[in-house]
Design a protein around this ligand. Structure first.
Ligand SMILES: Cc1ncc(COP(=O)(O)O)c(C=O)c1O
Length: 393
């Protein structure tokens, strides 16, 4: 693959995506639900299509993700539109499409949706995103459920707004929504957020609001370092426990838990040089432009030698080629002695990898391949300089 397509190269496994999707869907064991795969994790068309074929619906975070979702075959009634900053143009388009729900993040946004729907003579289906002020105990950059985070409406404000919705005919409230962050590896915060969404839903139902479901967001973490994390079964049963009394179907928006372990970023060693008395730099041809997470969040990804020769173990600082000192892919790693030309695989890069790639240093977006039924195919070719320059005068 690397010989044919070059590196850096994203490699995804259809079998892993399938297994992970099914594990989460099957865990509901008959409880009514819908999985809305969070496209932000990885929206390469073939991946989105594969998930749709497995039965997934979609969670889109911009009007452009909605466009990609539709190209992948998702219908508007299977798309929820989330995101803290939806422009007026995005909202116009979303209301016109008649999505399953626009997950509204503020009183102002609700008013904008209402005005658009009234003007179009339609009724907008909305869910209200509540910020439950719960610490997800994840990295601060990917925690969204604290009051100080920019996401959602504080509970008190949400309650007032929800109570007044019945008198606003251009809006149809279909659900309460919570999402407290990503890479969450303890169930307690997820459970508490679900309980709050369940309680708010019960309150609304008792007032006669015909809610259709409760949206519990995404956020289940994966094991980047081999330590145990909650299984999809643990996660789903915790959610079901918390909201069962509402009898509402559950919507979840998983991204990372499905896609991250289903992909690796393969890179080639392009240089080696001394670092300290006991360690060396390995410069590889993938860095923050292809996988931003280590530079952005100091995130840890396991890195493995693709073809092990069984040589002595060496201490390596594995760095990318980009002109930034933060472009370190793996710190203080012990790998068998590497040589220029060797391949390494950066694991668990299937989510928040390719989607966060940039052209910094005019580096092209990498090729992406999908392994399926014992064969592989390119699902996105490597970008060329001409592709980049096509946008320029
Ligand atoms: C509203 C919303 N839903 C779902 C997700 C997906 O989260 P994850 O990939 O952690 O499952 C995110 C990402 O943070 C999000 O912001």
């Amino acid at each position: 693959m690397a010989a044919a397509e070059g590196t850096p190269l994203y490699v995804y496994s259809a079998a892993s995506l399938t297994e992970r999707y099914r594990a989460m869907a099957d865990a509901f064991a008959g409880y009514p639900h819908a999985l809305h795969y969070a496209l932000k994790a990885n929206s390469t068309l073939a991946i989105a299509r594969l998930l749709r074929e497995l039965g997934s619906a979609a969670d889109a975070n911009s009007i452009w993700e909605i466009e990609v979702a539709r190209k992948a075959g998702f219908t508007p009634s299977n798309i929820v539109f989330t995101g803290v900053g939806k422009s007026l143009a995005e909202l116009e388009c979303a209301v016109g499409l008649g999505l399953k729900a626009i997950n509204v993040e503020s009183a102002g946004e609700l008013a904008r949706v209402e005005a658009i729907a009234a003007r179009l003579g339609s009724v907008a289906r909305v869910a209200l995103r509540v910020n439950p002020d719960i610490d997800a105990k994840s990295h601060p950059h990917i925690s969204t459920g604290l009051r100080i985070n920019k996401f959602g409406l504080p509970v008190d404000e949400a309650r007032d707004l929800l109570d007044g919705l019945a008198s606003r005919p251009a809006l149809r409230l279909v659900a309460v929504h919570v999402h407290i962050g990503s890479q969450i590896t303890t169930l307690d915060p997820l459970r508490r957020a679900a309980r709050l969404a369940g309680d708010l839903s019960s309150h609304l139902i008792s007032k006669g609001v015909a809610l259709e479901y409760v949206d519990l967001g995404g956020g289940l973490g994966v094991s980047y370092d081999g330590r145990e994390v909650p299984t999809p079964a643990d996660y789903v049963s915790a959610l079901v426990d918390e909201v069962r009394a509402t009898r509402l179907p559950i919507v979840i928006e998983p991204g990372r838990a499905i896609a991250a372990p289903s992909g690796a970023l393969v890179a080639r060693v392009i240089d080696l040089k001394p670092r300290t008395a006991t360690s060396e730099f390995v410069v590889i041809d993938a860095g923050m432009t292809e996988l931003l997470r280590p530079a952005l969040y100091n995130a840890f990804h396991r890195i493995e030698v693709v073809s092990e020769r069984g040589g002595p173990v060496t201490d390596y600082e594995i760095v990318g080629p980009v002109c930034e000192s933060s472009d370190v892919v793996g710190r203080d790693r012990k790998l068998e002695k590497l040589e220029v030309g060797d391949l390494v695989a950066i694991r668990d890069a299937g989510a928040y990898g390719a989607v966060m790639a940039s052209n910094y240093n005019r580096r092209p977006f990498p090729t992406e391949v999908l392994v399926e039924d014992g064969a592989w195919r390119v699902i996105r070719r490597r970008q060329t300089v001409d592709d980049m320059l096509a946008l320029e005068q």
